[in-house]
Design a protein around this ligand. Structure first.
Ligand code: SF4
Length: 479
């Protein structure tokens, strides 16, 4: 069973790097704030002044981990930062990134967004030859590859190490005088490059570039490695072009990216408005108001309202202070149906035929409670529209969906059964074709495996979230 007990999908991480900018630590701190939505379990920053590398990391939100005193100790002009949500490995300080290790030629720091599908295999290979792992994350295998005598002689060393990996990765790798950004050959996760004065900035999302005043240059290409050092910026490939199919994660567009980010070349808000407009065409309904499930359903609800001509209103109000810090025991939450995140505005929905627009439905339990609450305060009809197709399969590339059995649409469950189970009068999911409308229908550039089951990589050596963790416990028990 996945750790994700919530009805919302979870992202795994955000990365942010700076080269050639004074007070790099302050820019990284601000950049990580902008990427907080991608992970709230821990955060870390590693900084170099060209001579010394210093790092600070901890469990919690960015503003819980860093204060002015910590940042004051991290002075330099090169650095990388990370916000973590674990899709592989548990919530413990050893797993918080960036990982910093000492190799024969100095210190290396690594920050990773994504999920490596062959991490388990590589880890076993190194363990068999005597290597010791400090964390239960998939990311640590890159560190071992970098330290491997086979791969020494930088920068080919990094390229060769990256070439061994399969799955999803946006990596930032740093030494005391060099920063390297790399994106996996399928391009699952986004990674952008920005210019800040004479320096460079790398970020999982463009909203973080804007936050520090950097000008967006371009995305790191799938299979590309961008190196920045005293000689400037240069690029090379670590896999041959065309060797891997493009498989950018369409779910980044549906849900994860902040609305003000451009992801895979399109603004997330504008793409979601298009999804809503298309949904209104595909599943028209006679109703009095459209209400979003805030915040993730806001843009699509606006699109549905525009497309259908049904007025938009706010029937749910989000409590922005409920998040990681309010943990209700799951049994309690499920038994009582208490939804601390959203409250209902009876004055808006009473006596109305309501269309609820959300970005996705994962387990369905939360949606079921939310629909019931609309009926409890007097909504006469509740129609649900979802701005992506039904999620029927788990993700192996860094999005923490539950198992197929736990997904409400898993195991090919018919839509009408799902509708009945959540208690809606009607239910409409965006079609697969509709998902690619913002990209001129270029389905072939994207991964949509959670909807279709067509995984773009081999799933033979897939490493589950708990797999590396359970091995650590097993080893501890055997001591
Ligand atoms: S399976 Fe779904 S969530 Fe995972 S990478 Fe593919 S599109 Fe994204």
């Amino acid at each position: 069973m996945s750790d994700n007990q919530s009805d919302e999908p979870r992202e795994e991480c955000g990365v942010f790097g700076v080269y050639g900018v004074d007070e790099a630590q302050l820019h990284i701190h601000r950049g990580l704030f902008s990427l907080q939505h991608r992970g709230q379990e821990g955060a870390g920053i590693v900084i170099s002044d060209g001579e010394k590398i210093r790092s600070a990391k901890g469990l919690g939100l960015v503003n819980e981990v860093f204060n002015s005193e910590t940042l004051g100790r991290l002075k330099g002009h090169i650095g990388i930062g990370h916000t973590r949500y674990s899709t592989t490995g548990s919530t413990r300080i050893q797993n918080v990134q960036p990982l910093v290790v000492e190799c024969v030629d100095g210190l290396w720091a690594v920050a990773h967004n994504g999920n490596l599908v062959n991490a388990s295999k590589i880890r076993r290979m190194y363990q068999d030859s005597g290597a010791i792992f400090q964390t239960s994350t998939d990311s640590e295998v890159l560190v071992h590859l970098l330290a491997d005598p086979l791969f020494r002689s930088r920068p080919q060393r990094v390229a060769r190490a990256l070439g061994e990996l399969s799955g999803a990765f946006a990596f930032l790798v740093m030494t005391k005088d060099c920063l390297i950004a790399a994106r996996d050959p399928n391009g699952f996760r986004p990674l952008s490059i920005g210019r800040l004065g004479d320096g460079y900035v790398f970020a999982s999302e463009t909203c973080a570039l804007s936050q520090v005043g950097a000008e967006y240059m371009r995305d790191v290409c799938p299979g590309e490695m961008v190196i920045v050092d005293a000689a400037g910026m240069r690029c090379s490939r670590f896999t041959d072009e065309g060797e891997h199919a493009s498989a950018q994660c369409i779910f980044e567009v549906v849900y994860f990216a902040r609305p003000d980010s451009c992801v895979f070349g399109k603004n997330a808000h504008m793409a979601r408005v298009k999804y809503g407009m298309r949904l209104a065409e595909e599943y028209p309904v006679e109703a009095d108001i459209v209400i979003p499930v805030p915040d993730s359903g806001n843009s699509a609800a606006l699109g549905f309202s525009r497309g259908s001509g049904i007025p938009l209103d706010f029937g749910y109000i989000r409590n922005h202070y409920v998040g990681r810090t309010f943990i209700m025991p799951q049994q309690d939450a499920r038994a009582t149906g208490v939804d601390m995140k959203l409250s209902v505005l009876p004055e808006v929905v009473r006596g109305k035929r309501v269309v609820v627009v959300d970005d996705s439905i994962v387990r369905g339990t939360t949606m079921q409670h939310r629909i019931k609450r609309l009926r409890d305060v007097g909504a006469s009809e509740v129609h649900v529209r979802v701005s992506c197709p039904a999620i029927r399969n788990p993700c192996y590339y860094g999005i923490d969906f539950p198992t197929q059995e736990e997904l409400i649409a898993g195991l090919d469950r018919p839509i009408d059964e799902i509708r009945e189970s959540i208690g809606a009068d009607s239910l409409g999911y965006l079609s697969l074709d509709g998902l690619f409308i913002p990209f001129d229908g270029r389905k072939q550039d994207f991964c949509s495996a959670c909807f279709t089951g067509n995984y773009p990589t081999s799933t033979e050596h897939i490493c589950g979230k708990e797999e590396l963790e359970s091995r650590v416990s097993e080893l501890q028990l055997n001591l």
